[in-house]
Design a protein around this ligand. Structure first.
Ligand SMILES: [Cu+2]
Length: 504
């Protein structure tokens, strides 16, 4: 088994860079943007909260976890009073689920909200009936208990509501949490892995707060949805992280409803990307900027010197003015998180992990291709209809999906159940950061992405998975379709469960 090593320059080739000195009075400016109306300066004075690990019990080989969607409130620094929020098993966001490949998982999701919701396991390979999409609506007071076997590579996934037409509002109120999958390879790897210490989750979201400290979800028709003027990380504004190890692993989720982020370090040094949505890359990649659309994740390594302070930033960067309109948020300059290294840092061994044990879907095995054009809040001219199945896919086959952003508005493409391979963008090979396993792709305006997908293990002619834009205003507005995976010969059984189906 070959071992992959990080080139030493990836972590050590930065000695010429001068650490940014930050004094006590520093503030994290909000995102400056053409498309937002205010800039909020937030003093950096709050330690970064780390979402707790969800408690679990194991009975007869089944790991059981309980989540409750509930109303709550939090007190944010500088705000006159509590901010009313929603959260899972707490007032805001949700606990981190840590699951292992091969184990059976059963999650009891109770809805204590005043309206129906659902919980989708974003990036998870699982039966459609357990997927938590709009067909698995959970009525107020009800409990939904999906169960499946974890059967995919170690990765950073997340969970969030997916109610028909209401996803933006539910995520914006605070319903989101992380899922960390482990497997043999991730456990044998030499990588930072002490949760909350040197292996730190960052749920990055933008929001706007009114003078009373309440969350504001503007619906002014701006594309691609509301861009908030305040950055929250793990539900906190103005956060810093005390770092005690010389090597930090950040598991980054863009949990925003609409804002695309271009992340980098304020001092210009590179981040070392090691994983994309669906798991570890074959080789580490050094990036001075990392673009993440809503729903995308990346894991990065960052080596710190004792006593230094560095800032993770949203960069004002030129990614191509035509390809990334100003209104996406991807150009906005904003500080996201201050990283403060202790005067003495625990030394970290050189990162090592095995090459992939399993190939990404192979385009040579594709049995057919399909085209998807995203335009005007539709896919192929159709808005989401819960009683219409848009695509029928055969279990055990590989397909190529040709996805085109047909307009000047930014979109993205998320497919449930699978981790995909990006074959090309307008015929050109993808950049390395997009070449690993992914479930969500940013779609630059007027470009065509060819994706390779393989559908395995689960077939159900009666229950669809979703494919959609993950900019939540677009998704809610109808830029979503339904596909079923069936065994050959089940065509006559294909039927949508229709709207309002409550499963438990
Ligand atoms: Cu979109």
């Amino acid at each position: 088994m070959s071992l992959r090593r990080l080139p030493r320059r990836a972590l050590l080739g930065r000695s010429a860079l001068i650490p940014v000195a930050v004094l006590g009075a520093a503030t994290l400016p909000g995102c400056s943007s053409l498309s937002t109306t205010a800039v909020t300066d937030v003093p950096v004075r709050t330690p970064l909260p780390i979402p707790p690990l969800a408690p679990s019990t194991t009975e007869r080989g089944v790991r059981r976890i309980a989540l409750t969607a509930q109303e709550g409130s939090i007190q944010l620094p500088g705000m006159p009073g509590p901010t009313r929020t929603w959260g899972f098993s707490g007032p805001f966001l949700g606990p981190t689920l840590r699951l292992r490949r091969g184990e059976d998982v059963e999650i009891a999701v109770t809805n204590r909200l005043p309206e129906p919701t659902s919980v989708h396991w974003h990036g998870m390979h699982l039966p459609a009936a357990m997927d938590g999409g709009p067909h698995q609506s959970i009525a107020p007071g009800a409990t939904w208990t999906p169960r499946w076997q974890v059967d995919q590579e170690a990765a950073t996934l997340w969970y969030h509501p997916h109610p028909h037409g209401g996803t933006e509002r539910h995520v914006h109120r605070g319903l989101a949490g992380l899922v960390l999958l482990e497997d043999d390879r991730s456990e044998e790897a030499v990588l930072p892995r002490e949760y909350g210490a040197d292996d730190v989750p960052l749920i990055i979201q933008d929001r706007s707060l009114d003078a009373d400290g309440q969350l504001v979800l503007r619906d002014d028709g701006a594309e691609p949805g509301m861009l908030g003027d305040t950055i929250m990380v793990n539900g906190m504004i103005g956060a810093y992280l005390e770092v005690r190890s010389a090597l930090l692993r950040l598991r980054i989720l863009n949990g925003a409803t609409a804002r695309t982020l271009t992340l980098g370090l304020a001092d210009g040094r590179a981040l070392t990307m090691i994983a994309s949505d669906g798991g570890l890359l074959d080789e580490p990649i050094e990036l001075t900027s990392l673009r993440l659309a809503p729903g995308e994740r990346a894991e990065v390594l960052l080596a710190l010197d004792p006593g230094e302070t560095v800032r993770l930033r949203g960069l004002r960067t030129d990614l191509g003015a035509v390809a990334v309109p100003a209104t996406t948020g991807a150009h906005d300059e904003c500080d996201i998180l201050e990283l403060r290294a202790a005067p003495r840092l625990e030394p970290a061994p050189e990162p090592v992990w095995q090459a992939r044990q399993r190939r990404l879907p192979d385009p040579a095995e594709a049995v057919r291709s399909r085209g998807f054009v995203l335009e005007g809040r539709t896919i192929n001219g159709r808005r989401m209809d819960m009683s219409r199945i848009d695509e029928v896919v055969h279990l055990g086959t590989t397909e190529i999906w040709e996805v085109t952003n047909g307009e000047a508005v930014p979109h993205s493409f998320h497919v449930h159940d699978v981790q995909m391979r990006l074959l090309d963008i307008d015929g050109a090979a993808p950049p390395p950061e997009l070449a690993g396993p992914k479930d969500t792709f940013y779609l630059e305006p007027r470009r065509r992405y060819r994706l390779v997908l393989r559908f395995e293990r689960y077939a159900d002619p009666h229950m669809p998975y979703m494919h959609h834009c993950h900019m939540l205003l677009h998704e809610d507005g109808g830029m979503m379709g339904q596909f079923v995976v069936i065994e050959p010969g089940q065509e006559h059984l294909v039927a949508a469960p229709g709207p309002g189906a409550h499963r438990s």
